[in-house]
Design a protein around this ligand. Structure first.
Ligand code: SF4
Length: 401
């Protein structure tokens, strides 16, 4: 049971969030969750009445990039609103206490909100050498994750490292790093991979829970479908250049300055599921491809080993026909144009034949008008005969001669 009695909207008002900003936020959340705009009032009502969710935010092997993206947006902001959606009980980077005092707040929060807090895990979890590579308060981080997640309402893994180990788990990593799923496989878990994750996605995840009293539907890897259900390639503003075969081939070339497609310099967008093009970063200002560098596939499992090297072209996959390369698409387009030309030529041929036949019938009718009545009847009957042969094949070609 969630126990904080400080209402969310009251907290927002105290932070200077206006009613107008709040309603805009509700509308933006409806959009982020791929819900119709008519859901905005329901979201507003639910969020405004909701207590803030207590959070224990754990950090293992990480660079604090997800915390940074959570906090970095300018005011007034989604990030500010996120902070008001959550009551951060424990976060080593944000809290004032340190040492034993800080560690003690984990146990205190777990006791205060049994099965009522959200565990957020940032960073991978080393399991090599009994977890000695990451100790918090003298304890292996993996043990703390097991303990905290076991009593949580849900666990949210933020960033690629918490998702499946990320870069610390890449080939030749020395710490045997794992993601949250490997440490607490039975926990109710939502994963928000990305390097870093998008703050809008964690906000929308929380808002979904507050509005519908359930977590958003996810794919098999625990990623919410509203955020990870679509290919980057299908949402990319450079997609038209892909279709026209307009590619950057060298960094800094003219095509690069024109904003053409980055596929040939390593963009992994055709194989990557995420909402980066629409959610963007830093208050929706930009995202990597818009800024001029290709997608590196950081929301995908085992991304460092599977999607790299970052600037190497994909081995030849496009999403709609997975076995066709871009070059083959080009050839297919040429072939398609050829087929259209053949069809067009055939249709023109039939039209030409019909025109010639009509002219011949008109000529015979004119000749009949100048002939005897009997000859005229015969010729007119011939001229009025249906044009069955007009569009049909010409048996011996004599009419065409
Ligand atoms: Fe955009 Fe990359 Fe797809 Fe090109 S390959 S359209 S840059 S996502």
């Amino acid at each position: 049971m969630i126990g904080l009695d400080d209402g969310l909207y009251a907290a927002m008002v105290r932070r200077g969030v206006t009613r107008r900003s709040f309603l805009k936020f509700a509308a933006a959340m409806a959009g982020a969750l791929a819900l119709p705009a008519s859901y905005a009032p329901r979201i507003a009502r639910a969020v405004e009445a909701a207590p803030r969710l207590p959070v224990i935010w754990l950090r293992g092997q990480d660079c604090a990039g997800n915390t940074e993206t959570f906090l970095a947006a300018p005011k007034p902001t989604i990030a500010e609103l996120v902070l008001d959606l959550l009551a951060i009980e424990y976060h080593e980077l944000l809290m004032a206490p340190a040492g034993d005092g800080a560690t003690a707040t984990i146990a205190a929060a777990m006791e205060r909100f049994p099965n009522g807090y959200v565990a957020i895990v940032e960073g991978s979890i080393p399991t090599g050498a009994d977890g000695v590579y990451c100790l918090v308060g003298g304890r292996p981080f993996a043990d703390i994750v097991r303990e905290v997640c076991a009593g949580a309402l849900a666990t949210i893994a933020v960033g690629s490292c918490a998702f499946d180990g990320g870069t610390p788990a890449a080939a030749h990593g020395s710490t045997d790093a794992k993601g949250v799923g490997a440490i607490v496989p039975d926990a109710r878990r939502i994963s928000l991979p990305g390097c870093p994750m998008n703050a809008e996605n964690i906000t929308a995840t929380i808002v979904h829970f507050l509005t519908f009293d359930e977590w958003p539907p996810t794919d098999g890897a625990g990623r919410p479908l509203f955020a990870y259900g679509g290919l980057i390639h299908n949402q990319c503003e450079r997609r038209a250049h892909f279709e026209y075969g307009e590619f950057v081939t060298t960094w800094g070339d003219e095509a690069s300055q024109k904003g053409w497609c980055l596929y040939k310099v390593g963009c992994k967008g055709p194989e990557v599921y995420a909402n980066c093009p629409t959610a963007r970063f830093a208050s929706r200002v930009s995202w990597p491809v818009r800024a001029g560098t290709g997608c590196i596939g950081c929301t995908m499992p085992d991304f460092w080993d599977q999607m790299g090297p970052a600037y190497a072209r994909l081995p030849g996959v496009v999403p709609f026909v997975p076995t066709i390369t871009v070059d083959q698409v080009g050839l297919a387009l040429v072939g398609g144009i050829g087929a259209v030309a053949v069809l067009h030529g055939g249709a023109s041929y039939v039209r030409a034949r019909r025109g010639r036949a009509a002219r011949r019938r008109a000529q015979r009718a004119a000749e009949a008008a100048a002939a005897t009545p009997a000859e005229a009847t015969a010729v007119q009957g011939e001229a009025a005969a249906p044009a069955a042969t007009d569009a049909g094949p010409v048996p011996d070609g004599r009419e065409e001669a």
